[in-house]
Design a protein around this ligand. Sequence first.
Ligand code: HEM
Length: 476
Amino acid sequence: MPNLLSRGLFNLFFGSKRKAFEKLPGPTPGVLGTLGDFIGPNPWDVCARYGREYGGVTLIWMGPSPGLVLNDPAVIEEILLTRRLEFEKGNIGTQIRPTVGDTVFIANQGEDWSAKIKVEPMAQPWAAAWLAALVGPLQAAINESVDALLKEPSIDLTPTLRRLTFDGFAVAAIGEKTPDSVFEDFMLLAKGADARLQAKLPLRFVSFPEGFEAAKERFYGYFTERVRRARAALNPSAVDLMSWTLREMPTVSDAWLGHILGTLFYGGVFSTSTTLVGAFHQLQKYPAAEERLAAEAATLAGAPLTFEWLRGAPWSEAVAYEVLRILPAVRIFLRTPAADTELAGVKLPAGSTLMVSNQHLHRDPSHWKDPETFEPSRWLNGGTARDPAGSGYFFPFGRGPRECVGAPFALLFLQTALATIAARVKVHVDSTEPFEEGFFFGVVLPKGVTGRLIARPSQAASLPGSVHPSAAVKTA
Ligand code: HEM
């Protein structure tokens, strides 16, 4: 709570403005408004605390400007679904555009977004077939990573699983892993965006990392060149997104598709790998859940993973859902009214900050039994239908039309990775104490989660067939 002088100064200058919002609860503002609460703790923890202390709508002050933290499913539904055209994504476009260009993620509501989602490959009807065909190649890519990691005496899970995820995404996007230099360029561009997302100063004072422009040209150039080569020798049976797109949407340009493929990594590598780190941390803490995952994965008996097997593997799906509930990788989504508007019974000026928070609702004891416990079984026997992704108390991928377009792919990747890894190894995590959470590229970043892979007895000798011939990646 700000001191008496600080509170007095705020009231002196903005007291009359404050009157219009007096029906809403919230922390007491000082000279900085309520921004002081956000200095130190992670913003998602502050938003979740507001949910517990003040209820569904909390009034905050960004200096002299009012804003709302939303933990109320009905108000969230208004801004993400029923009245979504009135609320834009705010500054995020300016912050990440130099890294990702003009993508669907940062499109303005209305025409701009409709035009972009219409041509987004992952939103096409054939994307379901792309996903189904990907399982084998993804399993092969993950097995290769596991083979290499088994040789490491100790691993830091966050960077390790980030690279494993990047490699899997490359197989999904272009049919094979990329050279290391492409991953390095990817990270450099991500750091440039992250510095802008976390900037405390106006963006014109935030410099790009050295070599940013050259890395950008190389990164997107790499994918554009891949498209050019694939188009010149179209492979009718290749199952990667690039080849599907060239077959189904032959008039798209090389540069456009190269850009779409490059941005796919920014859409999901950080969030998906963070989710995997959380999963292995929780599985270490809850050994019965881990044993059940291993038992389910053992039914594979060395055979290649298929889409049908995944559909019949409820536990690996339940583990993925449960980690997305208890440790969602994206915990705050921002919106801002494009024009002066009314919400939650108050008048909000254009440009005010609205923070949609999912952490509190994902653990709300009025909705979830034992919400602090990692309990995948809550998702069995109709659990996923009771609380589907995108519903009031479970929205790790957002809600409404702008819900994550990569969600089906992310879920498939998570389930494939969990089953593939659990079939081969136990991921031993050194500590089950809650890990420190940072923030990178808008996504929670687990810090200092170390461990090692322990081969399961039947897998002690690395299987020559761990990369099953029939699962070999078809390149375009
Ligand atoms: C566990 C993994 C993931 C999580 C937790 C996640 C989370 C989210 C969330 C919360 C949103 C909505 C943001 C908002 O409304 O402001 C979103 C949107 C989006 N995500 Fe994901 N995401 C994940 C994986 C992916 C993947 C794998 C991709 C691409 C391959 C992707 C691409 C996108 C795109 C393009 C949008 C914008 C959709 C639109 O505006 O129409 N995401 N994601």
